[in-house]
Design a protein around this ligand. Structure first.
Ligand code: PLP
Length: 386
């Protein structure tokens, strides 16, 4: 069965043959067959080096044996239960131990749901409604954080959201001061991918922390992509202690996951022992397979491993820039800024490189210096002569 055969079937059952807008590659996307380590193979027999990692989730590459064994062991006990399991406790312990701001945590099945629940938690805690986000930041599928022009949004969703340019301290402070009686939370991504994947200026981040603290507005830091950059996430580089943190991707070891957590007193609004607690369910929240995979993945992602991975990323980014690509990012995450549509994506793919449709790239811990050399060679070849 080729990609064309699969796509011909897909268009008869899914709109445009697609179920995930971010994986739409015209005219016919290659369909994955299998992956091993840093390599992904498609159903047409083409092999590529995986810089996509399912939009940065696969920090240990494809089919890592330790994560696979953890999932198999959990599955042998049963896929999921109508009872909590030891697996969610173990993953929660790992996250709380790594991220000091996360004193209590809860799980979801995606980063989008984690963002939705973090903002609902902030509203429940403060009794206020409005949320402030920064222009160009992507926080997932939740209505409450989408660009105001997005189709299908209700006027209500738009009226509860303020959008301020990222990096503009004056505009931010003015917006918070004006809205402070209504403002429940500010949501911040320290290196917003869709705004160009550039680390925010530490002075701006410090100002955001100060202004939110002054007005008792909760600061939610979205680390769904950036958590992999440090044991305690990217916030650790900024010496930042947010009130709430949203997470996803690497904390599921390649399985569906999301989590939000933060201050004990804020997260206490979810304590079911208290009357009137904020309810949060989810049939597959903290499911044993994701939790077991995530625990194994975090155990493999220790400080020296992260330092090595970030160093490879910094090295590769420099080498790729020297080849004439416009690149941004930090550590193991980078973005090709001049990837211009499907033709560019296909040139890289045919040259053996799998990158995000928007140019987002992520290294994985199974890559060594030889992989970095090979990646550079492939980027050079894809650039073509001259
Ligand atoms: C910063 C950020 N927040 C939230 C999300 C949503 O996560 P998910 O795709 O797991 O719903 C994403 C997804 O890429 C993201 O990049």
């Amino acid at each position: 069965m080729t990609s064309s055969d699969l796509f011909a079937r897909a268009v008869r059952v899914m709109p445009g043959g697609n179920t995930r807008s971010t994986l739409y590659i015209p005219p016919v996307p290659p369909y994955a067959a299998s992956g091993e380590g840093a390599v992904v193979r498609d159903v047409d027999g083409h092999e590529v080096l995986d810089l996509h990692g399912n939009y940065t989730a696969l920090v240990h590459g494809n089919g890592h044996p330790v994560i696979g064994a953890a999932v198999s062991t959990a599955l042998a006990d049963g896929a999921c239960f109508g009872l909590p399991t030891r697996h969610d406790v173990a993953l929660a312990e790992r996250i709380c131990a790594r991220v000091p701001a996360v004193e209590r945590v809860r799980f979801t099945t995606s980063g989008s749901e984690a963002v939705m629940m973090a903002l609902r938690t902030a509203r429940a805690f403060t009794g206020r409604t409005t949320v402030l986000r920064f222009a160009g930041s992507y926080h997932g599928n939740y209505d409450g954080v989408l660009d105001l022009g997005a189709r299908g949004l209700t006027p209500g969703a738009a009226s509860e959201l303020l959008t301020v340019p990222v990096g503009d301290g004056k505009a931010f402070a003015a917006a918070v001061t004006a809205a402070r009686g209504d403002l429940a939370a500010v949501i911040l991504d320290l290196m917003p991918n869709r705004a160009g994947l550039r680390p925010l200026d530490p002075a701006f981040v410090a100002l955001v922390r100060d202004v939110t603290a002054t007005h008792d507005v909760l600061l939610v830091v979205d680390e769904v992509i950036t958590l992999r950059l440090g044991v305690g996430g990217m916030q650790e580089r900024y010496g930042l202690r947010p009130d709430l943190v949203t997470m996803g991707k690497v904390i599921g070891g390649g399985l569906a996951v999301g989590a939000w957590g933060g201050r004990e007193d804020v997260m206490a609004v979810l304590d079911p022992r208290e009357p009137g607690a904020l309810a949060h369910a989810g049939t597959f929240s903290a499911n044993p397979l994701s939790a077991a995979a995530g625990t194994a993945a975090l155990d493999l992602l220790d400080e020296p491993t992260i330092a090595r991975l970030n160093a490879y990323g910094d090295d590769l980014r420099k080498r790729v820039a020297a080849l004439g690509y416009a690149v941004s990012g930090s550590g193991s995450l980078f973005r090709l800024l001049d990837l211009n549509g499907a033709a560019d994506w296909w040139r890289l793919y045919r040259g053996g490189l799998l990158v995000g449709g928007n140019g987002l790239c992520a290294l994985s811990t199974v890559m060594g210096t030889d992989t970095v050399d090979e990646l550079e060679r492939r980027f050079a070849a894809a650039r073509g002569p001259g």
